[in-house]
Design a protein around this ligand. Structure first.
Ligand code: CDP
Length: 238
């Protein structure tokens, strides 16, 4: 598969066209941003870890019947995937209150939610990714039909039902995570982007230690070691 022109550069990945019009390549970068891109850094090897973690998790989800954009991992930093038009909604799934949920609503940090919360944020950096409801999404034209929002919410819950026990078995609490969806050329809504400690919160069940991007956001250090540990647990290496 030949990497052609750069199509887009995001905060964590570069997207390239290929010689197949239906396929694109993501290059996972080592860059880190927090709090709407205000705090920036870079950690050598982070991109490769996220590529490997995402690859394993996409394969796991596919094996459970979840449609994703994943095709294959090409090398340490590159993933081949289907081209999809990204829906500008970040789907946030939460099992435990922390971060903006605790800040905005005063729910105690670490409180286990009575049921899994699924929220929508409008993917718009200039507006600071505001929280939206279904009517906002329809008024903004982010999707055409209510059915599409229902499907995204349903699939997000299915993904949580797969990932939460999977990580629990590996000694990690899946606290919350962000998903993105897109439409493939047939118009199917499929999971896109990545699933990694950049957009999931993992807390070690025994020690309570944070094993995700919060290590960077909160200046805790040891980000790469934590990401490596997440990958090793996924791969069943201890
Ligand atoms: O991280 P912060 O407290 O600012 O936001 P949050 O709404 O509590 O984040 C919930 C989950 O979604 C966390 O796992 C974040 O890492 C993830 N997220 C993300 O990956 N990208 C965003 N733009 C917003 C949230």
């Amino acid at each position: 598969m030949e990497k052609r022109a750069l199509l887009y550069e995001g905060k964590a990945k570069k997207l390239y066209l290929t010689d197949d019009e239906n396929l694109v390549i993501s290059e996972f970068k080592d860059d880190l941003t927090a709090f709407n891109g205000e705090k920036k850094s870079s950690e050598a090897g982070k991109g490769a870890l996220n590529n490997k973690i995402s690859t394993e998790l996409f394969k796991l989800l596919e094996s459970h019947g979840i449609q994703t954009h994943f095709v294959k991992m090409l090398d340490d930093n590159h993933m081949l995937h289907k081209k999809a038009s990204v829906i500008l909604i970040e789907v946030i799934v939460r099992n435990i209150a922390t971060g903006s949920l605790s800040r905005n609503l005063g729910i105690e940090d670490g409180k286990v939610l009575p049921f899994t919360l699924v929220e929508f944020d409008y993917k718009n950096d200039a507006l600071g990714d505001p929280k939206i409801n279904d009517q906002h999404a329809l008024i903004l034209g982010l999707v055409e039909y209510q059915d599409e929002l229902d499907k995204m919410r349903r699939v997000a819950r299915q993904i949580n039902d797969i990932l939460k026990p999977y990580f629990a078995e590996k000694g990690l609490k899946l606290v919350d995570f962000k998903l993105e969806f897109g439409k493939d050329k047939e118009g199917n809504i499929i999971l896109v982007d990545e699933i990694s400690p950049d957009n999931c919160r993992f807390w070690d069940i025994e020690s309570g230690e944070k094993m995700d991007k919060d290590r960077f956001r909160q200046g805790l250090g040891g980000l790469k070691v934590a990401y490596e540990e997440v990958l090793n647990r996924i791969l069943g290496k201890k």
